[in-house]
Design a binder for this molecule. Structure first.
Ligand code: PHE
Length: 338
């Protein structure tokens, strides 16, 4: 019985000095947990005489109830205090008298503007296309018929039969080539949509499509353009590497890597030790696509590429998680202000 009293006194002192919810949780484990003080006390019941047991058990239960309710009110009190502390710290001063705006451009907008600026200087015109697209322009015109397995590469949000949210900006290739005859130098920035979501994939993200169609366009023109773009975006020493790939609307197709701007190509966590970072898909426009759009593929050819803007911004600014772009946290956006 005297131990019960001692435990109660010790508990009272400790709960009195408790400063945070973590400490209160800790007390709960130490007093009420499986290997806590009260469980140990109950284990001792077997050493008592049968007559003593009921009253001892009742006392221990009484203490348990006492501790439980004391901890419950302590936890509530701590939670309230912590909430007050946070409200105090994260308070927004709505009575701000300085009305000058402090807004800054979103990092995706910064990257989009920069690429458009560099490419318009090379003679590209900037167009925009519909975000709600037909199956025809998103897939079929780009040499991806209904049963083509390449459809699996782009998990699609359908609105109704034959109408969908565009999965890439490539439909603008077909829309433009149907209307305009070469020479073509087109740039199309915009939102694209895929049913995909984790630290590096978002259901909405941004791309810029580039398309050049003319006589005698070569893969070297594509590489030269990308090398120039990479050197302007990430610095002169940035190298560009082509890897063979597949897109139904380009032939040959390439996946384009840049030497890692973080480690200079030596290998680091950003490039997963490879020294290279994949940034875009590209290739020579497939003659099927040209013909689909009424362009003579024996006379004209071209190249196209599609850049993911979030990816570029993540590398450029060292942003680890794509979801940060869309949370609208002013502290995140503010870092990109002048
Ligand atoms: N549209 C492709 C994608 O989103 C990228 C691409 C564009 C590839 C142009 C080749 C040419 O994955």
């Amino acid at each position: 019985m005297s131990t019960i009293g001692e435990i109660k006194n010790k508990f009272d002192a400790e709960v009195g000095g408790c400063q945070s919810t973590e400490q209160a949780q800790d007390l709960k484990v130490r007093y009420l947990g499986k290997s806590g003080e009260l469980t140990a006390l109950l284990k001792g019941i077997k050493d008592l005489s049968p007559e003593e047991r009921p009253s001892f058990g009742a006392k221990v239960n009484e203490l348990r109830n006492y501790i439980e309710s004391a901890l419950q009110s302590k936890l509530a009190e701590m939670k309230e205090q912590e909430m007050q502390r946070r409200l105090q710290q994260e308070k927004v001063d709505v009575s701000l008298t300085d009305v000058r705006p402090w807004g800054s451009l979103h990092p995706v907008t910064l990257v989009e503007n920069e690429i458009c600026r560099l490419m318009t200087a090379m003679g590209f015109e900037v167009l925009s296309g519909p975000e709600i697209e037909t199956d025809y322009y998103n897939f079929q015109a780009l040499n991806i018929p209904y049963d083509h397995p390449a459809r699996d590469m782009q998990d699609t949000f359908y609105i109704s039969d034959g109408i969908l949210l565009r999965t890439h900006t490539s439909p603008m290739q077909a829309r433009l080539m149907e209307k305009k005859k070469p020479p073509i130098k087109m740039l199309c920035p915009g939102k694209v949509f895929r049913s995909d979501s984790d630290a590096s994939h978002s259901p909405v993200f941004h791309q810029i499509e580039a398309l050049v169609v003319d006589e005698n366009v070569t893969l070297c023109d594509l590489k030269g353009t990308l090398e120039y773009l990479a050197s302007k975006l990430f610095g002169k020493s940035t190298k560009v590497r082509f890897r063979p790939s597949f897109f139904p609307f380009t032939e040959p197709s390439v996946e384009v890597d840049l030497s890692c701007s973080n480690c200079g190509g030596k290998g680091c966590s950003l490039c997963k030790g490879t020294g290279w970072i994949e940034v875009l898909g590209a290739g020579m426009v497939n003659p099927f696509v040209l013909e689909n759009c009424g362009i003579d593929s024996s006379k004209y050819n071209g190249y196209a590429f599609g850049i993911g803007l979030e990816r570029i911004a993540m590398i450029k600014y060292g942003i680890p998680d794509i979801r940060l772009f869309y949370e609208n946290d002013a502290r995140f956006i503010k870092q990109f202000g002048k």
